[in-house]
Design a protein around this ligand. Structure first.
Ligand SMILES: [Zn+2]
Length: 137
């Protein structure tokens, strides 16, 4: 039987992020990478998945500058949210740092980016947690 921590759930995905590991679920039947992770493969319907470590390297597919945010992120504006196509295939959404959000012309779609992790205050407690971010490579 599978150990709970090995299950490719969103909860375990965020535990891995907290350990500064970017992983996707991988189908053990057809090798499809599944991100966000699921417990089954959308490609072949197999229910056997495992974690696959990703390089964190990718290219900028799209981005937007957030000027008006919900109350939890109101103090962060302006900030950039990007969609990154990872070298391994899947795309993922995260913030893009080290680019001035008021000078978005300094970055362009197709630019190489790399994953990193930053410590933030948990939105649900006083503890800190890590979140995935990207920076220009
Ligand atoms: Zn599959």
């Amino acid at each position: 039987m599978k150990v709970m921590e090995d299950e490719t759930t969103i909860k375990n995905y965020f535990k891995l992020i907290n350990d500064e590991k970017l992983c996707a679920a991988q189908c053990t039947s057809c090798n499809e990478l599944i991100l966000p992770p699921r417990l089954f493969c959308p490609n072949c319907n197999s229910k056997t998945t495992s974690w696959k470590n990703l390089s964190g390297k990718g290219t900028l597919r799209s981005f937007t500058v957030i000027h008006i945010a919900g109350t939890s992120y109101a103090d962060d504006v302006p900030y950039i949210v990007a969609i990154v196509k990872l070298d391994e295939g899947p795309s993922i959404c995260a913030r893009l740092l080290d680019i001035d959000p008021l000078k978005p012309e300094e970055i362009h779609v197709g630019a190489a980016v790399t994953a990193d992790f930053e410590e933030i205050r948990s939105p649900t407690s006083d503890e800190t947690m890590k979140r995935l971010i990207f920076r220009p490579a």
